[in-house]
Design a protein around this ligand. Structure first.
Ligand code: NAD
Length: 504
């Protein structure tokens, strides 16, 4: 097995080389789209066009999938754990080397604060290291068989060709959750990043080649959901689809996959409850509400978008919350003093503003925000004022549908039963938080809130050793932790007859 060629001058320091060429990665080669088409990125802080990515056709996707199939069938599928672990650790070193640039690239793609995106490279490195360790410690099990003269054990084997389809809100983090366990388990992969954030993924593809992954093991095709993403999902040689994005797209993909029983894992939307009890540390909880709904300008699947506040403390809580929110600084994502970034695209801005109108028309009252930022220095950016709506009931659209922006809906509750009922009255089940100083209350509530992650007196904490994923329509399967590796393996049972017992 040989590795491809590294693009000359691909390591650029301190500036965004928007004029440098980005190419598809197919079968270890960096190539243009077959028909030469490209599309551009837009910087959400200024609205300027910069950087350009190849627009992969169905033909490009087919070549990438066939390359991944060959690489799996004739090499990587039988590779040694130490080979995979070594390459993952080399990749770890390269993402640490390029952490600054990977962070900057993502900021320019999706407008998130550098203070948030700048850490991505180090997060990637830790996960790569962890998955490298798991590559060498993946095992089946053996136990005494109930059958006579029979040895039996299980093996965990790679699934084959994986298609990874990712969204724009955390392009490299959410890709790493798929790429690293897929490679650690011995799969090959074709990646299709969001059309909003193609370049950071193409860059990570270059680092995979530089790390020495054999040709065809990692492939990257960039383009829109249709035709690029659809061609990948429909390809008969793809064995598994790992998807993060909206619930509607995930469900459509799962239907296509069901037609050939392809494996699917889905990380989808959320409408997570952030529950503040009257015995909470209120200042801490105010910070938790803001972190829940304003981090990444609310563009996280785990956003605490339904803020459940116990009625007895609600007025005092709203006063403290409004004071803190009104002091937030919206600004340049590269400025470390900025606290709120623009949303990621023109389309997302329109979507968020339309939900603000819907909420107002439904009778919600804006405690803070309630529209596009009006400061002249922010005029070109896709800024939405941090918005909290009061007077919301849980059947309002603003409480039921995912906005994916800095817009929270407050719902008051009376007691634990009421909080649990409202928290679970949703199609989603991704996460939730409980704010209380009462340990017994916390333990009573943890099992009552239906979600893949529950925080107590915190919000948005995660760790690469712990599984992440959704209950209900928030998803299928888990990412991170050892569970993630299992999502990329088949389980095989083996029986060896020691007694010539075959009769017919
Ligand atoms: P999206 O569903 O529109 O797109 C996600 C990806 O799917 C993109 O790469 C897109 O090009 C591709 N795609 C679209 N249609 C396709 C099709 N028919 N076939 C194949 N691929 C297709 O979502 P988005 O707007 O990029 O991301 C925002 C959504 O993602 C939010 O709803 C959010 O909740 C969700 N999200 C979930 C998680 C999680 O871990 N649960 C994390 C981040 C984002």
């Amino acid at each position: 097995m040989t590795s491809g060629t590294v693009v000359e001058g691909s390591v650029w320091v301190g500036e965004l080389a928007s004029d440098r060429p980005y190419k598809l990665l197919i079968d270890g080669e960096f190539v243009d789209a077959e028909d030469g088409q490209t599309f551009q990125c837009e910087y959400p802080f200024t609205g300027e066009l910069w950087g350009q990515a190849p627009l992969a056709s169905a033909g490009d996707v087919d070549r990438a999938v066939r390359a991944a199939r060959r690489a799996f069938d004739y090499g990587w599928g039988q590779s040694k754990p130490i080979e995979r672990a070594t390459l993952l650790r080399r990749l770890r070193d390269l993402v640490i080397r390029d952490a600054e640039n990977l962070g900057l690239l993502q900021v320019h793609e999706n407008g998130k604060l550098l203070s948030e995106m700048g850490q991505t490279g180090f997060g990637l490195a830790r996960l790569a290291d962890f998955m490298a360790g798991l590559a060498e410690s993946t095992h089946g099990y053996t136990s005494p068989s109930n059958l006579d003269k029979m040895v039996s054990y299980t093996l965990r084997e790679p699934i084959g060709v994986v298609a990874a389809i990712t969204p724009w809100n955390s392009p490299l983090g959410l890709l790493a959750w798929k790429l690293f366990p897929a490679l650690a388990a011995g799969n090959t992969i074709v990646i299709k990043p969001s059309e909003v954030t193609p370049l950071s993924t193409l860059r990570l593809g270059e680092l995979c080649v530089e790390a020495g992954f054999p040709r065809g093991v990692v492939n990257v095709v960039t383009g829109y959901g249709n035709p690029t993403g659809a061609a990948l999902v429909e390809h008969p040689l793809v064995d598994k689809i790992a998807f993060t994005g909206s619930t509607a797209t995930g469900q459509a993909i799962a239907k296509v996959a069901a037609g050939r029983t392809a494996r699917v894992s889905l990380e989808l939307g959320g409408k997570s409850p952030n529950i503040i009890f009257d015995d909470a540390d209120l200042d801490l909880a105010v910070g938790g509400v803001m972190a829940g709904i304003f981090s990444a300008s609310g563009q996280t699947c785990m956003a605490g978008s339904r803020i459940l506040v116990q009625r007895s403390i609600s007025d005092e809580f709203f006063d403290r919350l409004a004071t803190r929110i009104n002091a937030l600084k919206l600004g340049d994502p590269l400025d470390s003093s900025s606290q709120i970034s623009p949303v990621a695209s023109r389309a997302q801005l329109a979507k968020v503003l339309s939900y603000i109108d819907i909420a107002k028309n439904e009778g919600a009252e804006a405690l803070t925000g309630g529209g596009r930022a009006d400061a002249p220095e922010l005029a070109n950016g896709f800024f939405v004022k941090p918005t909290i709506f009061l007077n919301v009931t849980n059947d309002a659209r603003i409480a039921r549908e995912e906005v994916f922006g800095p817009v929270g809906a407050v719902i008051r509750f009376d007691d634990e039963d009421d909080a649990a009922r409202i928290a679970n009255d949703t199609i989603y089940g991704l996460a939730g938080a409980i704010w209380t100083e009462n340990l017994r209350r916390a333990h009573r509530m943890i099992p009552r809130v239906r979600g893949g992650t529950i925080w107590v007196n915190n919000y948005r904490i995660g760790e690469y050793t712990r599984p992440f994923g959704g209950f209900k329509q928030s998803g299928l399967g888990r990412e991170q932790g050892i569970d993630a590796l299992h999502e990329y393996t088949e389980n095989k049972s083996v029986f060896i007859d020691l007694g010539n017992q075959m009769r017919f």
